[in-house]
Design a protein around this ligand. Structure first.
Ligand code: HXC
Ligand code: NAP
Length: 279
């Protein structure tokens, strides 16, 4: 799909890059010539992923243990990264989510999700952004949100609040920093099975099946499809795309939105009742 040097020379930090979609994006960025830094809370996970990547891409992968809810820890991570070699791009991918009836959530539960999704993304964006601005360095930020960032969603309310905030961060800074060489965009994925998301959001087989197939294409997304979109948005070829959010969900959210979409279940005989009567 792309020339193999699409991201040549770019150094990219993927938060939560040890697992799931972050890992798939990181692998694709490496294939396309990038250098990769991944971060997360669990050292063993980062070591394993980095080891796997290094076997194919020696000297191209670094990892940092960092809890992005801690602003000081994030700044320390950025300081260490810049001392090695400055970044060219940040992917705000790390997230936390709880599927529950909202009235059952404690204050700690709300803070746990918002701390990762909203505060974490803001701390990482600022830690990188202020360094890029000081260096007058061109850069790109890509944030992984969800389609319920703009629709909201029952049962994942702290995540919906956080993702809406990240979309606001993206659009606001795209204007504030765009003229100084920093582009900010977002991706809103539909269902892309990962152990982290499916254990928490679809632990029942019937829920998982419905989650994966209720979109108009009746399938889940492939990690490669999302990773390619991310690579394109970070590449110089996307240099005029700024402040946008690209949805990659097979049409899932629109299917839930259109007023008459429910008519898909009608039979031919029932459709006949919609035709004007002759004579
Ligand atoms: C109710 C819950 C709960 C649940 C946790 N809590 N799970 N409450 N229902 N299912 C409560 C706990 O009881 C606790 O409150 C508080 O939340 C914090 O929980 P901890 O386990 O102490 O927090 P922590 O270790 O910081 O873990 C954060 C986490 C966890 C968000 C709860 O799930 C996590 O680490 N997630 C990271 C990975 C992740 O979520 N990946 C999926 C992203 S998928 P009390 O008051 O009891 O102390 C995604 C996809 C979106 O975002 C869209 C899909 C299409
Ligand atoms: P995942 O594998 O659970 O990824 C979450 C990652 O975030 C983990 O690597 C986790 O590592 C890291 N993380 C969590 N809290 C952190 C913290 N405080 N500091 C640093 N890192 C932290 O889930 P995923 O499905 O790949 O999700 C990736 C992104 O895609 C998320 O933004 C999610 O909202 C979004 N998304 C996913 C889907 C989907 O269908 N999968 C759909 C829409 C949006 P540690 O636990 O080691 O910290």
């Amino acid at each position: 799909m792309f020339l193999p040097d699409l991201l040549q020379g770019k150094r990219i930090l993927v938060t939560g890059g040890g697992t799931g979609l972050g890992k798939s994006m990181g692998r694709r960025f490496l294939e396309l010539g990038a250098e990769l830094v991944i971060c997360g809370r669990r050292q063993a996970v980062l070591e394993e992923t980095a080891g796997e990547f290094r076997a194919a891409f020696p000297n191209k992968v670094a990892w940092k243990v960092c809890d992005i809810r801690d602003a000081e820890a994030v700044d320390h991570m950025a300081h260490e990264i810049w001392a090695e070699r400055p970044l060219d791009a940040l992917v705000n991918n790390a997230a936390g989510n709880i599927a529950a009836r909202t009235e059952t959530l404690s204050a700690r539960a709300i803070d746990a999700v918002l701390g990762i999704v909203l505060h974490g993304a803001a701390y990482c964006t600022l830690a990188c952004g202020k360094r890029w601005l000081a260096d007058q360095r061109k850069a790109a930020v890509l944030s992984i949100v969800t389609s319920y960032a703009w629709t909201g969603s029952a049962y994942v309310v702290p995540s919906a609040m956080g993702k809406a905030g990240v979309l606001a961060l993206t659009r606001s800074l795209a204007v504030e920093w765009g003229g100084r060489g920093i582009r900010l965009n977002a991706i809103a994925p539909g269902p892309f099975p990962t152990p982290g998301a499916w254990e928490r959001l679809a632990p029942l087989p019937a829920v998982a099946r419905e989650f994966e197939t209720r979109n108009p294409l009746h399938r889940h997304g492939e990690h490669r499809e999302l990773a390619d979109l991310a690579a394109f948005l970070l590449s110089d070829g996307a240099g005029f795309i700024n402040g946008d959010c690209v949805t990659i969900d097979g049409g899932e959210w629109l299917k839930g939105a259109g007023q008459f979409n429910f008519l898909e279940r009608l039979t031919d005989a029932e459709w006949a009742a919609f035709r004007p009567k002759k004579g």
